[in-house]
Design a protein around this ligand. Sequence first.
Ligand SMILES: [Zn+2]
Length: 379
Amino acid sequence: MSISTTANAAVSELNQGPLRGSGLRRLSLPVACLALALALGAPAALSPIPSHPHPAWLKGWRQKNPIWRGIHLGLSSDQQAHQLLKELPKLAAVGVNVVIAEVDYNFDFQSHPELRPAHYVTKARARELARKARECGIRLIPQLNCLGHQSWGGTTGELLAKHPDFDETPGQFPGNKGIYCRSWCPRNPDVNKVVFALIDELIDAFDADAFHVGMDEVFIIGSKYCPRCRGHDPAKLFAMQVDALHSHIVGQRHLEMLMWGDRFLSAKATGYGKWEASENHTEGAIDLVPKDIILCDWHYNKRADYPSVPYLLGKGFRVWPSGWQPLEAAKAFSAFAHGLRTSENNPRLLGYLCTTWGKVRIPQAAEWPPLVEPLQIWK
Ligand SMILES: [Zn+2]
């Protein structure tokens, strides 16, 4: 099954519209090789911090929720946080038990205030959200998009704008013309110091027991313009970044880690397009990263089947199928995943995640058909 050129173009348009990127996705920060960081001595980035303080709540949540019914939203200001605060009970009422809040650089970072944009979420509001989510039985998982998506259109995200030496293609592509999005360099040991500090602040502010690192649609990796990465295997570079994040988030902080799954899929082998699967040789990373990472396997087209789901399950990962809109495509993906979970009785197929990408505002999220209808079969 192959996606047509038209479909690819449609996905491209979607990704570049006010959807997949708008405001949500201009930021992220990466990580780099933990081993290298250790070798170079990065105590600030690796300082031990207690794990989340609510193990009893999490244990109870797991017992009550064998199925994950989630929504992914952009959260870039206290105003939006206030909207989400009011929406959480409504989301719980339609069955949502996980909210992924993509904050990226839109936070009141104290460790790196130079990265704060004009509007951001404050720590007080994040704490308020965390409390309310727990009251509603919802796991609230913050996200900082790492490695790729460091620019959107002509705008470079805060990390590379303020630290241009972190760029995988430093000085290249003025105005971001000719590229999809910038990436940071996964072999620059200084990146970890910054990114881990930001992740720690988000974990603490959101009182998080899991963290989503993004890492989707990384088109620039192992660039000829990077003296560190030039000539290196993209799969190994990608895995190095994943491992570094995992070492910090799972190893140091004892949280669960989630990420998008597209770079682990071969576009050629699966028939998916180059956004939802890889044409830039990163797919071999699937055999190089820890199996306890939750892979959010996103696909937005209506298809007869979705071969990535059984493939990633077969590799031993927990897989969270993630749809969007239009409604018929979301229902098709949800139904496929539900059928697979039922037929194979495989609890590593977690449930269904609805992404929104600017197509619905937070105050209307709990009424959005592409959220409500695909979730109905998972109750
Ligand atoms: Zn590099």
